[in-house]
Ligand binder design. Structure first.
Ligand code: ZN
Length: 495
């Protein structure tokens, strides 16, 4: 399987409303005004007053050189580097703050194998080395951490974050290219980890925006008080709207901090389906406006793809941000970020795009309430209907459950939408109604089902619902099919 689409929290994986008083009204009341000068300094990388220096090519060689063909070993690369400060080191000789711990391969790396300062106390390396990646990672993660905190959002740093700039591939193939953040949500004794994969000519850890993206997943968890905006995904669901939203917000953080509406021109060089210079994902439409139905529809040949849905979502957010920037180029990006991160703080467990849209509108209210039309229009232009017409009948489920060797339960189901209109955000949930049947992967999301559509839930597929059974003989199960615009469908049986 394509790793870009398998790893959780991986990489790969407007209208104008005339609001001249926007910046005056935005943070009235109890909300503190942001320090725009400080935040803009951080955005420009001037966030650290003291610390060792590093020479970094920002955000990556392709963007720095405006040359889609440039290689990491090109002699021009070093001339493009800028002096960058590495703040908050616990000791001068190691790239570690209280929170961020840079490593190369794993948590067990010998400390003597890691980047160390030169005689001047600086971390200066050629861009093609792992030590350069450690330095770039430390700088990038420190920058985004400082920005989010200065924006007024607290990050839960109770556990350290270990970062592996060239992690050994889980598949054993050095050409597997990806990046992966693991919050270890259900294992609180473990550190958070961030892994960059792929021993190729275009290593992921040469791009500041990749570090921004992965850190974005940590920000999402922290700002939403770890209530699990993709709780189903945390427990194994292949696709949910919450998963797409997680990726969208991680991309948005990288895009807004970089100030450009795309991510991944460097990493995309690893993949033949991308032209050199073409980004992995773009937050701006270059042709017709990407419509929600294009990415969210389940046609029973494939699930919605979380990164495609995420790309659609970033275009909604970039439309909102662009409107803010149009009104005030200095404060606009910061005000947009405050709105969007405030919305994250309001998201429920297993968040949907409907919930996200509501959260943006609520956050706007808290911040002064002048951007509701911009938010509504940004979703509407992308073809998102917040009030789809109600379904006359619930979705139907037929199928069977079988007990396999070892007590695992396989569900083979056909879920159908018998209505004449689309069923929004369909999920199948295995509820525990009998202690003998213990759900393992209890929720899967199936996106939007068109009128008359049927999707298959198969034990063979990536979207399998799984459970274990300790004893049969009448053990009861219940499957609930939920959609945002209809009543639940129920399918019950016994093993
Ligand atoms: Zn991701």
């Amino acid at each position: 399987m394509d790793g870009l689409r398998q790893l959780r929290f991986a990489i790969l994986l407007i209208t104008v409303s005339a609001l001249p008083a926007c910046s005056r009204n935005l943070f009235q009341g109890t909300v503190n005004l942001p320090n725009y000068d400080q935040l803009n300094s951080i955005r420009r990388g001037l966030f650290a007053l003291s610390g060792p220096k590093s020479q970094l090519v920002l955000p990556n060689p392709i963007d720095a050189a405006s040359d889609p063909y440039i290689a990491i070993t090109d002699p021009r690369v070093s001339s493009l580097s800028v002096v960058s400060t590495l703040p908050n080191l616990l000791i001068p000789s190691r790239l570690e703050s209280e929170f961020i711990k840079m490593r190369i391969h794993s948590i067990n790396d010998a400390l003597s194998s890691l980047a160390a300062p030169d005689a001047s106390g600086n971390f200066t390396y050629s861009a093609d080395t792992d030590h350069y990646s450690e330095s770039l990672g430390y700088y990038s993660l420190s920058l985004i951490q400082t920005y989010i905190e200065a924006l007024g959002f607290s990050l839960n740093k109770n556990r350290p974050l270990y970062v592996f700039v060239l992690a050994p591939s889980e598949s054993g193939t050095s050409a597997d290219v990806n990046a992966f953040y693991d919050h270890h949500k259900f294992d609180p004794s473990s550190s958070h980890t961030m892994s960059f994969y792929g021993d190729t000519s275009y290593k992921v850890s040469k791009d500041r925006d990749m570090f921004f993206h992965e850190f974005g997943h940590f920000v999402n968890e922290s700002v939403s008080a770890e209530r699990g905006i993709d709780f189903a995904g945390d427990r194994g669901a292949n696709y949910t709207e919450g998963a797409a939203l997680h990726e969208c917000l991680a991309d948005y953080g990288a895009e807004t901090l970089s100030g450009h509406p795309y991510i991944g021109r460097w990493i995309a060089r690893n993949f033949s389906e991308f032209q050199p210079g073409q980004p992995l994902r773009s937050a701006q439409d270059t042709g017709p406006v990407m419509q929600f139905a294009e990415v969210s529809t389940n046609d029973n040949r494939s699930l919605p793809e979380r990164y495609a849905v995420a790309e659609w979502c970033t275009r909604v957010l970039w439309r909102i941000r662009s409107q803010f920037v149009l009104q005030d180029s200095y404060r606009g990006p910061i005000d947009a970020d405050r709105l969007i991160y405030s919305a994250i703080s309001l998201l429920p467990q297993d968040a949907s795009f409907t919930a996200f849209r509501s959260a943006l509108l609520s956050a706007d209210q808290k911040l002064g309430g002048v951007h509701s039309r911009t938010i509504e229009a940004a979703f509407a232009v992308g073809g998102f209907d917040p009030n789809p017409s109600r379904l006359r009948q619930p979705l139907s489920v037929i199928g069977r459950a079988e007990v396999a060797r070892g007590g695992s339960v396989n569900f083979n189901l056909q879920v159908s939408n018998p209505n004449g209109n689309v069923a929004r955000n369909v999920r199948v949930i295995l509820e525990q109604v009998d202690a003998r049947i213990v759900p393992v992967i209890s929720v899967q999301g199936f996106g939007d089902m068109p009128a008359g559509a049927t999707v298959t839930v198969s034990s063979q597929s990536a979207s399998a619902i799984t459970a274990t059974v300790s004893a049969t003989g009448g053990a009861l199960f219940r499957l609930r099919v939920v959609t945002e615009n209809g009543n639940d469908g129920i399918y019950e049986g016994a093993l």
